[in-house]
Design a protein. Sequence first.
Length: 357
Amino acid sequence: MLVFRQLIDSESCTYTYLLADEESRQAVLIDPVFEQVRRDAALIRELGLELLYTLDTHAHADHVTGAWLLRQRLGSRILIGGQSGAEGADRYLVHGDQVNFGQRFLRVLATPGHTRGCLSYVLDDASMAFTGDALLIRGSGRTDFQQGSAAELYRSVHTHLLTLPASCLLYPGHDYRGLTVTSVAEEKQYNPRLGGALSEADFTGYMNNLGLPHPKMIAVAVPANRHCGRPDNVQGLDNEPDWAPLNFTFAGFWEIQPEWVEEHLKEVQVLDVREPEEFAGPLGHIPGALSIPLRGLEQQLARIARDRPVVTVCRAGGRSARATLILQKAGFQRVANLSGGMLHWRAQHCSVLNAAD
């Protein structure tokens, strides 16, 4: 029997997959996200599992892998493709390798094209496969950076993935529309880039004219993932706060989700670091929030109480992230940034004041 969980990081729309052998409780984790390590480790402990390995499908450009941090916390080994360009892994995988966990195993397929080092993983009975960014649900990963090649991706998909059993369930590395799973039969019939009678020339012509901007995290994610997610500054990683469910970001600060903040508004101090016209503007502000613009924060620290946790907020989470670092430097112990700022707060339908609906 197999223990299986599909997890998501809402910021990058990345799927993480936990698989374990039910009898031995040995587990693997595919494509972990740095900011979700606390969540993943808690789930692994609650299920009574032993995490043997983290497996990345490739060196990601849109998020930092949690592989290094999970090795620090749970002792798991880091596995990644030999062509990924990553340093510091425990094992470098090639096509045909087998990754064992208890009585189960994953078979490694080299599926380059999105990047040169892309791998896919097929469960031992070929009932499911994990395709990373090679094959998405009704789509595919882009091919315009990290030695990507549209022609190579077409051949990878048609040679290794669409030749799996028609009933094989395919689990992608991302989805941006809320879809969770597809199948070989579906993608062969309905994938508008790779299915049906579409040729390699059709695919390469399509992919070479996408004209997409680079991922917003690429400048941070790619260098970090070349070191398996090890941050330059590891201070703070072992200081687990207990006042709220927080996620530690690769940038070095703690984040908190809107739902928890709304439920505990009386217990925290919300610090809004937007400009006054934004505080009173269309997005509104969180009830009870203290307004101190970021530009004057260091001069007005005395207005902030030190006996309650501080949650910083701005429009989208950038300025407030800087505010958390200022507060930490000033000696505030319990500080977290509101994930996604007021945009995320409004998207979650949390309560606001002075908002233009």
